[in-house]
Design a protein around this ligand. Structure first.
Ligand code: AP5
Ligand code: ZN
Length: 216
């Protein structure tokens, strides 16, 4: 299964990617996670990306295209992959097409998670993430068993720096201007499937599997 999860910040891309990863045994490729790791490790790429991410702006296309290209060449992507947070601009989508063509791979589907803007802000403000294993939670909608502690690995949960309300509003605007046109792009390519992302997490997962032709 070669898949793109498309949707605004907080739509549930990361949450559903984790489910799909376990279900299909294929890797999640999250450019956001890769960039955050680069920032944390202080790599040259991380130093370049840091200010953009803190402001809720996009990191330059050339930077993300390079990391995704490299990632897609890894053998664990042969059976499939879930792209989460990439592509985010038309040039990124064109670059992905070129890379897949060069690798002899084709996308199976692009799933767009549809969520109202007001729900997105509430989701992001209440999101908590595990800095150690990457698991995601929500204080209300998906709380860990013990407050502030990751169910999977026991690490202390953190709030992402870009999950402050003003930065969230910037990210929404960037999505509207630069990423939303991809819905049309993949619609025209005949790859787009839409899923109601306003449902509870498990029901979104079931709807997603249904549009991919898998039984929940
Ligand atoms: P990135 O990490 O990709 O952030 P994003 O796209 O803003 O998406 P999020 O991770 O915020 O949301 P999500 O849809 O994954 O939601 P989640 O499942 O966590 O990017 C961060 C930054 O990196 C960008 O701003 C940019 O600077 C840079 N960047 C990354 N990729 C780039 C690229 N390709 N090009 C350029 N720059 C790039 O869910 C959110 C919360 O809601 C969670 O708490 C979850 O538990 C909860 N939740 C999920 N589903 C539901 C549901 N159905 N009901 C109730 N709650 C739910
Ligand atoms: Zn963890």
């Amino acid at each position: 299964m070669k898949l793109i999860l498309l949707g605004p910040p907080g739509a549930g891309k990361g949450t559903q990617a984790q489910m799909l990863m376990e279900r299909y045994g294929i890797p999640q490729i999250s450019t956001g996670d890769m960039l955050r790791a680069a920032v944390k490790n202080g790599t040259p790429m991380g130093l370049k990306a840091k200010a953009c991410m803190e402001a809720g702006a996009l990191v330059p296309d050339a930077v993300v295209v390079g990391i995704v290209e490299e990632r897609l060449r890894q053998p664990d992507c042969d059976a499939g992959f879930i792209l989460d947070g990439f592509p985010r601009t038309l040039p990124q989508a064109d670059a992905l097409q070129a890379t897949l063509l060069a690798l002899g791979k084709e996308l199976d589907a692009v799933v767009s998670l549809e969520v109202d803007v007001d729900a997105l802000v509430e989701r992001l403000v209440g999101r908590r993430s595990c800095p150690s294993c990457g698991a995601g939670y929500h204080v209300r909608f998906d709380p860990p068993r013990h407050e502030g502690v990751c169910d999977r690995c026991g690490a202390g949960l953190i709030q992402r720096e870009d999950d402050q309300e003003t930065t969230i509003r910037n990210r929404m605007e960037v999505y509207r201007q630069q990423t939303a046109p991809l819905v049309d792009y993949y619609g025209k390519a005949g790859l787009l499937r839409s899923v109601d992302g306003m449902l509870p997490i498990s029901q979104v997962g079931q709807a997603l599997l249904a549009v991919l032709g898998s039984t929940p």
